[in-house]
Design a protein around this ligand. Structure first.
Ligand SMILES: NC(=O)c1ccc[n+]([C@@H]2O[C@H](COP(=O)([O-])OP(=O)(O)OC[C@H]3O[C@@H](n4cnc5c(N)ncnc54)[C@H](O)[C@@H]3O)[C@@H](O)[C@H]2O)c1
Ligand SMILES: [Zn+2]
Ligand SMILES: [Zn+2]
Length: 397
């Protein structure tokens, strides 16, 4: 039988390259004749993986990581009609059946049929249905006709693979954050977090026509990366408040729209920047967003956080000043990004040079064997989006 290798979570701070099973068109007893086997062309490391690798979730040891997958179809199940062997495809990180009530409403992040424990599933992720991850050489993708986005021209796609690899998660996620925060022509936007999702969100805001995009973080290298493509920046660790720093940029202490691209491991602001304050971003976004504005919240919040500093946060209870948001009639959108809602349009924006996403997030290509080091560097805050090329299909030189 053909071999396979992948990145496996082996406990807090430990990721190893291991031999893993070659994928089958099945998940346990569940037959997946609607699935395909992909030879993986590119697969990215994500901040969402870091929550697990830092021991901040209940992820079990032995979990094969990876939900940001682009690949070539090498085998198609009996029930796959329209996707063909040889197709080059982007895989939305959400697994969706295409048949349930939520999928029919394009809410593919909360499919009802792919995870017995709760709504919504993903590859290689804790509590997300047990589907095997794709930071590997090969992976199985179920419901292939529904899930996969086929690139129209393989040769052209390989030339832009560093950009197209961002379609499986961060670009749609950043875009979703912006859209749900109401970003449009002329908007003044604050994006919290200059990790890959925050930078993708900032690039998406430009694509949507925002007048001014202000990115906040406390990592100087990542803030410099945000400035490299035309964003203004706020250093949240400074003694000047976020509102004061925004006022210095746009002449008023409020923005039209705000997006949380940080999540529950948020650091505090100003003198509290050295410690975690899980609700810091949510509360600051309510403070700086105009009355009537919206907050997009793609940053991840968990139901269980064994590493939380206080007992309430261990179960996802955060101290949110909802009264402030209520007084300003804010509305907000949380949850997994339903990637399929946006990936085709964003693919066209990439293919027609309307967005330079690889440059914005500083895509850095590594081998599968360099994966564990990639995790370490990313954890230290490198201003890079690590993309693994497991077969050296495009980075060999
Ligand atoms: N909703 C979705 O579908 C979805 C998809 C992908 C990622 N995510 C989540 O989005 C978040 C960001 O992902 P990423 O890959 O960019 O992660 P990341 O960890 O690389 O980036 C987070 C950044 O936030 C910064 N930060 C911490 N506290 C801050 C604060 N108070 N204000 C401003 N910045 C602060 C950190 O320094 C870091 O640079 C994660 O929580 C991830 O799980 C959600
Ligand atoms: Zn991701
Ligand atoms: Zn479904």
């Amino acid at each position: 039988m053909a071999s396979n290798r992948g990145l496996v979570y082996m406990g807090p701070g430990k990721v190893e390259v291991q031999s893993i099973d070659f994928p089958k068109l099945a998940l346990g007893n569940r037959k997946c004749d609607h699935g395909v086997i992909l030879k993986i062309v590119s697969t990215n490391i994500c901040g969402s993986d870091q929550h697990m690798v830092r021991g901040r979730t209940t992820a079990p040891r032995g979990l094969v990581l990876g939900h940001e997958i682009t690949g070539e179809v090498i085998e198609a199940g009996r029930d796959v009609e329209f996707i063909k062997v040889g197709d080059l495809v982007s895989v939305p990180f959400n697994i969706a059946c295409g048949r349930c009530r939520n999928c029919k409403e394009r809410k593919t992040g909360i499919c009802l049929n792919v995870n017995p424990a709760r709504a919504g599933a993903a590859y290689g992720y804790v509590d997300m249905g047990g589907w095997v991850g794709g930071q590997a050489e090969y992976v199985m993708v179920p419901y292939a006709d529904f899930n996969l986005l086929k690139f129209p021209n393989k040769a052209q796609a390989m030339e832009k693979i560093r950009d197209l690899t961002c379609l499986s998660d961060i670009l749609p996620t950043g875009y979703h954050g912006a859209v749900t925060a109401g970003v449009g022509t002329g908007s003044i936007v604050y994006v919290a977090g200059a990790g890959p999702v925050g930078l993708a969100c900032a690039a998406a805001c430009h694509l949507l026509g925002a007048a001014c995009v202000i990115v906040g973080d406390l990592n100087p290298e990542r803030l410099a990366q945000a400035r490299s493509f035309g964003c203004e920046t706020v250093d949240v660790s400074k003694s000047a408040s976020i509102a004061e720093q925004i006022e210095a940029i746009v002449g008023q202490p409020e923005v039209d729209c705000a997006v949380d691209c940080v999540g529950f491991e948020a650091r505090g602001h100003g003198s509290e920047a050295q410690k975690e304050v899980p609700a810091a971003v949510l509360n600051s976004l309510m403070e700086i967003t105009r009355a009537g504005g919206a907050l997009g919240i793609p940053g991840l919040y968990v139901t269980e956080d064994p590493g939380a500093s206080d007992d309430k946060a261990k179960f996802g209870n955060l101290s949110i000043r909802l009264g402030l948001g209520w007084a300003k009639s804010h509305y907000f959108t949380t949850g997994q990004c339903p990637v399929m809602k946006y990936n085709r349009e964003l693919m066209m924006a990439i293919l027609y040079d309307k967005i330079e996403i690889a440059k914005a997030v500083n895509v850095t290509v590594i081998t599968l064997d360099e994966g564990p080091q990639g995790y370490k560097d990313f954890d230290k805050g490198a201003a890079k989006k690590f993309v693994i090329d497991p077969h050296r299909s495009f980075s060999r030189n």
